[in-house]
Design a protein around this ligand. Structure first.
Ligand SMILES: [Zn+2]
Length: 414
């Protein structure tokens, strides 16, 4: 089947609103297929006493044996055992990086990557409904090649791709104007830093001044020639740029012509190998509004993790003083109590997150995955803020108690 044909099938798959009964039936199919094609999961199911015929209503989803993200860690040495196809048929391994330098490795094939592409495209368009053809995106991130090169430090497994780079690649394909990556490397700065600190890390820098100048130049153009501005990447680097803008008394009045798209996580001060000060979300959003002359409506957060196929989009909520994430129709979430692992169902309940989906897991078992992130159920079935039909949740932070820390943010490179 041709690539475009395949993608259009996925597009129509994503458009459907999967009622519970259809969702359950698709879950039955993917579980049966996973048991047949993967011994590791087959044994897990056998041991748990679970039977596919036990799945009859939506509450039964909680019975499905799930894979914790820690199973995918390279050190756990199960990532190959979770494959449903021969390793030589993989397109690559999606790689995350972590505070411990022990990445998760998730085997994907072309079908899985087509799903990731179409799903992210849909999330981007749903949460950032704007004229993408006339938008210039500034990413506070290394480019896709550099992101993958960072992964080479953590693992000898090949071929690999940085999980976060997949999403940047999607936006590059969607945009007509070139994406500008603001996190870069300079040989001269490296030399200076080696001389000064004997470390290579100082060779990286953020093109903050270039970013400010580009916005200024754009504003000087006649209105009809201006592009919209998209700002994305690491919240910590965006924050440091905003601090500079404050210091130099630079601010803009961009109104609705700007979108700030964050990559989930990092708010609590952990992001990959970087230890940073925690970032207060309310303060961050109000600083964006103030310095770019816009409102919190133009700030969104995306949340996903390497081990699971789904990307969640959110919008800012003044009432919750947080981003409210939507669970898309092609997925379901379960929030479990930390110790008992019992499902929690009341609004305001807090626990760790399980994500279920029958889609996007052709190469590896990952139709039900739990992650060590502490989340709160905002509402069941309907978003209280915008009326979206589906469950909503907030991401409070990472659970710190275990050795197998999750790696749940899209951006995990620094
Ligand atoms: Zn909503």
């Amino acid at each position: 089947m041709s690539k475009s044909n395949n993608r259009s099938i996925i597009q129509s798959t994503l458009q459907k609103d999967y009622k519970d009964i259809e969702f359950i039936s698709l879950m039955k199919d993917v579980i049966t297929e996973s048991i047949e094609s993967n011994k590791f999961y087959g044994d897990m199911v056998k041991e748990s006493g679970f039977n596919v015929d036990d799945l009859n209503n939506i509450n039964d989803l909680e019975l499905i044996p799930y894979i914790p993200t820690t199973y995918y860690k390279e050190s756990a040495n199960n990532f190959r055992k979770l494959l449903k196809i021969p390793e030589e048929k993989l397109q690559h391994w999606n790689c995350s990086s972590t505070t411990t330098g022990d990445p998760s490795l998730v085997g994907v094939n072309e079908k899985d990557m087509n799903f990731l592409y179409e799903m992210s495209r849909k999330s981007f368009l749903d949460f950032i409904p704007r004229d993408w053809d006339n938008t210039k995106v500034f990413l506070f991130s290394p480019d896709t090649t550099m992101l993958t090169r960072f992964c080479f430090r953590y693992t000898k497994v090949r071929p690999i791709k940085a999980y976060s780079s997949n999403f940047y690649a999607v936006s590059e394909e969607m945009l007509k104007l070139k994406v500008k990556y603001l996190f870069t490397f300079s040989i001269s700065k490296t030399l200076k830093s080696i001389i000064k600190t004997h470390k290579i890390v100082g060779g990286f820098f953020i093109k903050q001044t270039e970013f400010i100048e580009d916005i200024e130049k754009n504003l000087k153009k006649p209105e009809e020639e201006r592009f919209n501005i998209g700002i994305g990447g690491s919240n910590a680097l965006i924050k440091s740029t905003m601090n500079l803008m404050k210091l130099e008394k630079v601010s803009f009045n961009l109104g609705d012509n700007v979108d700030v798209v964050l990559g989930g996580g990092g708010w609590d001060g952990h992001k990959g190998q970087m230890k940073i000060d925690p970032i207060d979300k309310v303060e961050f959003v109000s600083q964006i509004s103030e310095l770019f002359g816009t409102t919190g409506k133009r700030v969104i957060d995306l949340y996903g993790f390497t081990e699971n196929p789904i990307l969640f989009g959110s919008h800012w909520s003044d009432k919750h003083e947080d981003f409210v994430f939507h669970c898309p129709h092609y997925s379901r979430i379960i929030i479990r109590e930390i110790l008992s692992r019992e499902p929690l169902k009341k609004e305001g309940d807090r626990g760790f997150l399980e994500v279920l989906t029958p889609f996007g897991s052709t190469a590896s078992v990952r139709h039900a995955v739990t992650v060590d992130d502490y989340v709160e159920l905002v509402s069941k079935h309907k978003c209280p803020e915008c009326g979206f039909e589906g469950d909503t949740f907030k991401v409070l932070g990472r659970l710190e108690d275990k050795d197998g820390l999750g790696c749940s943010s899209i951006i995990q490179w620094v």
